[in-house]
Design a protein around this ligand. Structure first.
Ligand SMILES: *Cc1c(COP(=O)(O)O)cnc(C)c1O
Length: 232
């Protein structure tokens, strides 16, 4: 009985994942996105078994928000060469574990955090890929680097040998169009002014607005609900 329902669940998961990939392919083709935009599966609150199922179905990139939860899944899935992205808020006392266990960190917003990640990245690992999270709607309550502090933070990050600045990330307000357009303009401007060869990632768009984000230049969508269903 448990066996049957487990299979039913993993079949539904693969079906939903396939549907999201098809939506992504359609947009990649429509807007001729080069290189093709990446799907990040946001697996917070989901069990390791779901991640393993999707990995077998070809999904290589997973995003996690909560460090303790992520570390447990990583140890359970250590046999799979998954690319792990940290997308949660970074507390100063958590940087060592983040620098040690993740491949990407999408939520860098302060120089002190960037310096700690650099200092704590193990020497035997390649540089940590980082995105600067921008507070694009300039909200007091939201995380992210303010636009007027962006250049300073970029200068710090590109001086750090164990970090590679790969791009920008945003979590916009309800309707993202204006934020998507402004972030894409910032992205192009930074790439031109700082002449960064590997600055290639614009992480914006989630389950509810992935098409809209991709239409405005996103190169990575972070999708949870549309793949895994509603979270509790
Ligand atoms: C949870 C989360 C997502 C996924 O959101 P869905 O609406 O479930 O697709 C994407 N990005 C971040 C930063 C998140 O915390």
């Amino acid at each position: 009985m448990t066996q049957i329902s487990h299979h039913a669940t993993s079949n539904a998961l693969i079906r939903h994942h396939m549907a999201v990939k098809e939506r992504l392919c359609a947009i990649n083709d429509q807007y001729q996105i080069h290189p093709k935009a990446v799907l990040l599966a946001v697996s917070k609150t989901r069990p390791s078994s779901d991640i393993a199922t999707l990995y077998q179905a070809g999904q290589g990139d997973f995003g996690e928000n909560y460090l303790q939860e992520a570390l447990i899944k990583m140890s359970e899935l250590a046999h799979l060469p998954i690319t792990w992205h940290y997308i949660g808020h970074i507390q100063r006392n958590k940087t060592k574990d983040i620098a040690t266990h993740f491949d990407w960190v999408q939520t860098v917003e302060r120089d002190i955090i960037a310096k700690r990640l650099n200092d704590q990245r193990p020497d035997e690992l390649p540089p940590l890929n980082v995105l600067i999270q921008i507070n694009i709607d300039d909200e007091m309550s939201k995380s992210g680097c303010h636009i007027d502090e962006l250049d300073e933070l970029i200068k710090v990050i590109i001086s750090l040998p164990k970090l590679t600045l790969r791009g920008l990330m945003i979590i916009p307000n309800k309707d993202g169009t204006d934020a998507f357009v402004r972030t894409k303009a910032l992205f192009d401007d930074i790439k031109a002014r700082f002449n960064l060869a590997q600055f290639d990632t614009l992480s914006m768009g989630m389950s509810g607005d992935m098409e809209q984000a991709l239409a405005h230049g996103s190169t990575m969508v972070r999708v949870g609900t549309a793949i895994f269903g509603k979270r509790d």
